[in-house]
Design a protein around this ligand. Sequence first.
Ligand SMILES: [Zn+2]
Ligand SMILES: [Zn+2]
Length: 328
Amino acid sequence: MQALVLDEPGCLSLREIQVPDPRPGEVLIRVQAATTCGTDLKAYLRGHPQIPMPGVFGHEYSGIVAAIGEGAPFEVGDAVMGVHSAPCRSCFWCRRGQENLCESIMSTKVLGSYAEYLLIPAHIARANLFHKPAELTFEIASLLEPLSCVAQGIELLNLRSDDRVLIIGPGSIGLMFVAALRLLGIESVTLAGRNRARLDVGERLGAMPSLLSDISGNFDLVIECTGNVEVWERSVDYSRRGGTVMLFGGCPSGTTASFDTKRLHYDQITLVSPFHFGTNAVRTARVWLIDHRMDLSPLISGTRSLDEGESTFEDLRQGRGLKYVFKP
Ligand SMILES: [Zn+2]
Ligand SMILES: [Zn+2]
């Protein structure tokens, strides 16, 4: 089968690799849609600690079951959607209800959705692979993973419907936060950024678009979705006394941020910075995706074939488009 391989930053090649054979509990999927992700772009630009190189690439997917190992809870021909990781459910963190921090969640994940087939390990097939309803397209179903990250973030908050929320960064994650918060009944969602086309998408999803330079403080909740250290630091300026700042975008490793201690303490600003997701967040995201009131189609910028790997990531590098779908 053909698979996109990330050889080194900036270099993707299409290789012929063996179709894996499912062992007990495993599920082999014929990939129907595999969406690009900000994490993949980071890996393409500068490498990523969680994405080995050279290695098969892509982690968002939906597809049709092509073969199963003994005892796997699916049948050949089932349309499925899933995520690329699952917690062990036995380590310290899993037992403490912090599955997103499971000590083996990253080492047992699966990569390689930019390929004709993807083998889902047994523990992921058991916990985080689902039947895809017919009314949900494969393209949108492939968004389950990033939406699970958003659901994990929202799990950490005590949202109120009258909260005034500022989202900084109109990339696909910022836009999914807009869609999720609007679905949850939050009326006042401001989306700040520079990219006009992306702000327009935010407006379609129900946010008030704005340039960050036009914004003054006093939000109940600020959600930072840029992964830029300076923006992390400035996020606190937009929070009201007693507000919450969610630092969602991961910054390059080795970077540090500093904050005004007086503001954090005397204004009692809560900082949260969620990582990845547990099974509960995946279930929440699945319910949202199926809800007809949530329409994430404006996030899909186009369809690409596997031999357009490099040009697709070059487009993303230039800020053209939000998410592309590979249809292998
Ligand atoms: Zn992703
Ligand atoms: Zn664990």
